[in-house]
Structure formats: structure tokens, C-alpha cells
Design a protein around this ligand. Structure first.
Ligand code: SAM
Length: 242
């Protein structure tokens, strides 16, 4: 369970209502049962359940070693895609260990982002991400930006040490993701950009290349946006795990 605050051994913390319901009525836990807590910033703890005054608490017992981080930080800038695909992408990329997701709009974006609806959408998106992080028991939450323009996206990539744009027209051999990653033996932060359903214009690809992005190919078949993003995340963590 994620508690959005710093935790210390011996703390007695009240669980949030949905978490309390889950512990008591879904998992039907008994007093002193062991649960795992995370502060969302990379620290995980064992704790035991305490029921008191019709409320559910957790008493923090000890910090756990964190094996859930990926070997490099992965930031995914993803062109906005239709609702079901977007929700699926959020859930699966959290499982694959992404650190941050930056939704963006570009010249071929079809999904509308009306300002008054964005906050409501982000609440729902954050809920999907938090549930996915809890389900796969990772120690960090996924940071989710508000939708950015193409220019803002370029700015957000400034501090990354590897920058990749997934592009179906990249050369399958010389620009294969494996070939490109070989040039970077030990990066800290890999920033990837994946297009929406309509992909990128050649002009957008050139703009990204001018600020240090490499175009990468994920093979000779054209993948759906969500397939491309998920396979690129999997390729990166596999590559640096070896
Ligand atoms: N509109 C494009 C077309 O039909 O030629 C396809 C866009 S594709 C559905 C969406 C995004 O997935 C692309 O912008 C790209 O980022 C990524 N993508 C799809 N297939 C890829 C491949 N084989 N290699 C690299 N990226 C790919």
C-alpha cells in the first residue's frame, strides 16, 4: 500500500479509507498480519495491521530492501491515444517500471484535451497508476505530467542522457534499438518518445534529432502506439539488466 508521506520504523499510521476497506473486507486480515507499505519515493517497509476504534492502522516494523527499481530510470513521453488504449498503456508501463509519463500532443493528435477536463482525467489516470504500482509491489509511484505540447516535451527531455524516438521508418538494422543502446553502456536516465495513432511527421522527427534524439526501430512491422511503448520499455530494462 502506498502512503503518501515519509515513514519510519515504529510509526503507527492510519490507512486511507480505500486501503482500510481492502485490508478489512477484501483481504479479511486479522490483527498483526504483515503488510507492505511504500512511501512512493523508493522506500518500502514491513508493517503489521492494528485495528483500533473502528479504524485500521499499520505499525511500521522494518525497512525492506528494494529490488523493484529498474536498472535505469525510464521516462516515457507518449502521444495521447484513445481512452481504453491509454488506460491499458498506463497500467502496463507502471508494471514495466516506468518512472515518469509525459502525455503530449503533436500535429497528428486526434484525442481532444479540453482544459476543464484535464484535471479530472489526471485524477483517474493517477488512480490507475497507483493501483498498478500496488499490484506489482513496486516501491515508487509513477510521476504523471499534465499533457504537454511538442515544444514542452523537448524541454522536458533536457536532462536525460539517452533520448530515443520510436519511429517505424527508422532503419531496421542500423537503428535497431539494440544497436543504439550499445552506444550508452551505463546511462541513468533514458527518455523515450512514442507517437500517437497517426505517428510523427518527418519534420517532428527531425526536430527531435536536432536536440539529441536517436530514431529507433522496433522491427519491420508497424506496431500500435501502446505496443511500441511497452516493447521499448521492456527492451531497455532487458538491455541494461544483462
Ligand atoms: N501512422 C503510422 C503509419 O501508419 O505509418 C504508424 C504510427 S504507430 C501506430 C504509432 C507509434 O508507434 C509511432 O509513432 C512510433 O512511435 C511507434 N512505432 C510503431 N511501430 C514501430 C516500429 N516498428 N518501430 C519503432 N516505432 C514504432
Amino acid at each position: 500500500y502506498f502512503l503518501h508521506k515519509p515513514l519510519q520504523v515504529h510509526d503507527l499510521v492510519e490507512m486511507e479509507p480505500e486501503q482500510a476497506h481492502h485490508i478489512q473486507h477484501v483481504m479479511r486480515m486479522k490483527p498483526d498480519e504483515i503488510i507492505r507499505l511504500a512511501d512512493g519515493k523508493g522506500h518500502m517497509y514491513y508493517a503489521h495491521v492494528v485495528f483500533r476504534d473502528h479504524k485500521v492502522f499499520a505499525c511500521v516494523d522494518e525497512e525492506m530492501e528494494d529490488h523493484t527499481r529498474t536498472p535505469v530510470d525510464m521516462i516515457l513521453a507518449q502521444g495521447l491515444i484513445k481512452k481504453e488504449k491509454w488506460d491499458f498503456l498506463l497500467q502496463k508501463s507502471a508494471e514495466l517500471g516506468v518512472q515518469r509519463i509525459i502525455p503530449f500532443t503533436s500535429s497528428r493528435t486526434v484525442v481532444k484535451t479540453k482544459d476543464e477536463k484535464v484535471d479530472k482525467k489526471r485524477l483517474r489516470w493517477n488512480k490507475i497508476l497507483q493501483e498498478a504500482c500496488e499490484q506489482c509491489k513496486r516501491s515508487t509511484l509513477v510521476a504523471l505530467d499534465s499533457p504537454k505540447s511538442f515544444a514542452e516535451l523537448i524541454k522536458a527531455s533536457e536532462d536525460a542522457d539517452v533520448k530515443l524516438i520510436a519511429y517505424e521508418r527508422a532503419d531496421v538494422k542500423s537503428a535497431h534499438v539494440k544497436e543504439v543502446l550499445q552506444k550508452y553502456p551505463a546511462p541513468h536516465k533514458v527518455f523515450i518518445v512514442v507517437g500517437c495513432e497517426g505517428g510523427f511527421s518527418e519534420d517532428e522527427v527531425i526536430q527531435l534529432e536536432e536536440v539529441g534524439f536517436h530514431r529507433v526501430s522496433l522491427g519491420a512491422r508497424i506496431l500500435r502506439a501502446e505496443t511500441a511503448a511497452l516493447s521499448l520499455l521492456a527492451c531497455i530494462s532487458f538491455f541494461y539488466e544483462m
